[in-house]
Design a protein around this ligand. Structure first.
Ligand code: OGA
Ligand code: MN
Length: 220
């Protein structure tokens, strides 16, 4: 067990990762605008999230794009189905919420961000679906600071598709959606897309926000 390094109000959560590891990740995030972290979830937390995901499969709904007023469903741009999570309702994910708090603390303390909230959904890309190139911000909705995507695909193999493609100045980076892997990137600065999934593809995706979430989570 790692002794907590968090201060109030987070001092009684059990941290998942050492400060040394976090500092390496944060340095890479600052330098490259993104960082890919393998084994971000331990086995126990991974199983809890998988169980939660299976239990709530009937509750997933078609995701849309845009924000209040211009929200639309366009499967030619984005074909995933999502289930928005809530801390007060999805309490069997407690260890996950602690991990989110740990990340928020680290970002605020070491990246000088003012993150005060977060929003997360489970996402399912059925075979044949994808999400075109985009930024995780849109008109009327610019409070997403850091995107956090955690992959849940245990049996993923080359050819299964659904890779995350992160665009850089002149090239791009392909990230395989492997179980327990986490992609962290700056929401406003990193264009990215999800390549077509050839098999079911699952993730736990969310954003660290600099303002309370308000109505936003129903809208994007
Ligand atoms: C998103 C997104 C990336 C991924 O949901 O906005 O870009 O790899 N997800 O699932
Ligand atoms: Mn995105």
């Amino acid at each position: 067990m790692i002794i907590t390094y968090l201060s109030a109000p987070f001092c009684n959560i059990q941290v998942q990762h050492s400060l040394e590891r976090w500092l390496l990740w944060v340095e890479e995030l600052a330098e490259n605008d993104y960082v890919i972290i393998d084994d971000f979830l331990d086995e126990e937390l991974f199983r809890k999230i998988m169980a939660h995901c299976s239990r709530h499969l009937p509750d997933f709904t078609q995701a849309g794009i845009g924000s209040l007023g211009d929200f639309t469903i366009q499967e030619g741009i984005r074909g995933d189905r999502t289930y928005w999570l809530e801390r007060s309702r999805d309490i069997d994910l407690r260890a996950f919420w602690d991990l989110v708090d740990e990340a928020i603390h680290i970002m605020n303390r070491y990246c000088y961000l003012s993150i005060s909230d977060s929003e997360f959904h489970l996402a399912h890309y059925p075979k044949g679906s994808f999400y075109d190139r985009h930024l995780d911000q849109f008109a009327g909705r610019n409070n997403r600071m850091i995107s956090m995507v955690i992959y849940l695909n245990e049996l993923w193999q080359p050819g299964d598709g659904g890779e995350l493609e992160i665009f850089r100045d002149d090239d791009s980076v392909i990230v395989e959606p492997l179980a327990k892997r986490c992609a962290l990137f700056k929401s406003a600065d990193v264009p990215h897309q999800v390549l077509m999934a050839h098999k079911n593809r699952f993730s736990l995706t969310g954003w660290l926000l600099y303002q309370p979430v308000g109505l936003g989570q129903f809208l994007g």
